[in-house]
Design a protein around this ligand. Structure first.
Ligand SMILES: *Cc1c(COP(=O)(O)O)cnc(C)c1O
Length: 373
C-alpha cells in the first residue's frame, strides 16, 4: 500500500535551531548553562526532535510546562533533568517520582503531597523553589519566604536543588522593573543563605533577559522563543536569529474568475478584474488563522501573493493573477522562508494582533512536522 501524506507540512530546519542555540550558548557562557524550554511541543516545533537535537549540542536541562510533556520526553528515551514549570497537581505526585522529574514548587500543599510520595516511593524528589519577584503569577512571595522555609524544612524527602523566578517585563530591557525584580531575587538568595540553603541552580533569565543583562549568580538560563528563531520583542531585532519553522503547502487548484465574482464564505472578496485564484489545502483547522482573511500573504517561488476571501476550515484562496507561472502543484510557503524572502512569525503576529509565540503555538497537530538536517 502506498501511503502519501498531505502536502501541507511544517519543515523544521535543525540547522537553524543549532545556529540559534549556538548564539544562546555563547551568550550564556556555555551550552551547559542552557535550560532549553521545550514546553507546548517546543513552541510547536516538536519537543522530542528539538530536545534530541539540542542534547547533541550539549544541553542537559529541559523545561516543560506539563507533566504530560515531560513524560513524552522520557518515553522518547531522554533521561536528562527536566524542570516542570507548571508544578504538581493533586494525583501527579507518583508520576513525578517515577519519572524522576523536577517540579517547580510554589505552594506548600503541593510540597507536602510530593514529600509523602517521595517517602512512599523510597526516593527523595528534587525540586526548584519558585519565587514571585514581580510576575504576579505563581511563586512564593519574598516576604513569605521565612515562614515557607520553616515549613519546607520539615519535608525530608524533598531536595531543593534550585531556585528560580520569572521576569514580567524582560521584553523591554529599558524598564526599571527588571532591576527591581533582580534586586528582589538577590534578596531572596540572601534569605536562603541565612537558612543555610545553597541551591545548586539559580535562574531567572528567559530569552529576553539572556540577551539583555545577565545576572552573574545565575547558573542556568531558560531561553525558549529565541531557540526557534523568534524575537522576544522589537528591541532584539539586531540579533541574528534564523526561523526554524517553515510552513509549506501546494496549490491544489487554479481557476480564472471573471470580474465581479465573489470568493469564499460571505463573499468578502469580489474580483475587480479577471482574477487567477489559487486554492491552498490549508485552513484554520490547521492553525492558519482566520484573521488572515484579507490581510495574509504567502510566498510562491519567492514572490508574494495576497490571501483573498475568508480563510476556511480546510481551504485558503490566494490571488496569483500577477504570478502567471504559478500552476497546480506549485510550492507555497505560509510561514518561513522561500528564496530571499521570509514571512516571519513577527510579521504574521502583527497582521493578526498577537505575538510570535502564539503564531508558533497555533500550528495544529493536523500538520505533520518534517525534520531537515
Ligand atoms: C516560557 C518560559 C520561559 C521561556 O521564555 P522565552 O521568552 O520563550 O525565552 C522561561 N521561563 C519560564 C518560567 C517560562 O514559562
Amino acid at each position: 500500500m502506498i501511503c502519501v501524506e498531505r502536502p501541507t507540512y511544517v519543515e523544521i530546519d535543525l540547522n537553524a535551531l543549532r545556529h540559534n542555540f549556538a548564539l544562546a550558548a555563547e551568550r550564556a557562557g556555555g551550552a551547559g548553562r542552557i535550560l532549553a524550554v521545550v514546553k507546548a511541543d517546543a513552541y510547536g516545533h516538536g519537543a522530542t526532535q528539538v530536545a534530541r537535537a539540542l542534547r547533541r549540542q550539549g544541553v542537559h536541562w529541559f523545561g516543560t510546562a506539563l507533566l504530560e510533556e515531560a513524560r513524552e520526553l522520557r518515553e522518547a528515551g531522554l533521561n536528562d533533568p527536566i524542570l516542570v514549570l507548571g508544578g504538581v497537581f493533586p494525583g501527579q505526585e507518583e508520576s513525578f517520582a517515577a519519572l524522576n522529574l523536577t517540579p517547580c514548587i510554589f505552594d506548600l500543599e503541593a510540597a507536602r503531597r510530593l514529600n509523602a510520595a517521595g517517602g512512599a516511593s523510597g526516593r527523595s524528589i528534587s525540586c526548584h523553589l519558585k519565587i514571585d519577584t514581580g510576575m504576579g503569577r505563581v511563586g512564593f512571595l519574598p516576604e513569605d519566604l521565612p515562614e515557607v522555609l520553616k515549613q519546607l524544612r520539615e519535608l525530608e524527602h524533598l531536595h531543593f536543588k534550585g531556585v528560580l523566578s520569572h521576569l514580567a517585563l524582560a521584553d523591554d530591557p529599558s524598564s526599571s522593573h527588571n532591576e527591581e525584580q533582580m534586586a528582589r531575587f538577590h534578596a531572596v538568595l540572601d534569605t536562603l543563605h541565612e537558612y543555610d540553603l545553597h541551591p545548586r541552580h539559580v535562574h531567572i533569565d528567559n530569552s529576553a533577559a539572556l540577551y539583555s543583562d545577565l545576572m552573574p549568580e545565575c547558573t542556568l538560563v531558560r531561553p525558549g522563543v529565541t531557540l526557534y528563531g523568534g524575537y522576544p520583542s522589537g528591541h532584539f531585532a539586531h540579533l541574528d536569529l534564523q526561523p526554524v519553522m517553515h510552513w509549506r503547502t501546494v496549490v491544489a487548484a487554479i481557476k480564472t474568475l471573471p470580474a465581479g465574482r465573489g470568493v469564499s464564505y460571505g463573499h468578502r472578496f469580489v474580483t475587480e478584474r479577471p482574477t487567477r485564484i489559487a486554492t491552498l489545502p490549508v485552513g484554520y483547522a490547521d492553525g492558519y488563522n482566520r484573521r488572515l482573511t484579507g490581510c495574509g500573504e504567502v510566498l510562491i517561488g519567492g514572490r508574494r501573493a495576497p490571501v483573498v476571501g475568508t480563510v476556511c476550515m480546510d481551504w485558503t484562496m490566494v490571488d496569483v493573477t500577477d504570478l502567471p507561472e504559478v500552476g497546480v502543484g506549485a510550492l507555497v510557503t505560509l510561514l518561513g522562508c522561500d528564496g530571499d524572502d521570509c514571512i516571519r512569525a513577527e510579521e504574521w503576529a502583527e497582521r493578526i494582533g498577537t505575538i510570535n509565540y502564539e503564531v508558533f503555538c497555533q500550528v495544529s497537530k493536523r500538520v505533520p512536522r518534517v525534520y531537515k538536517e
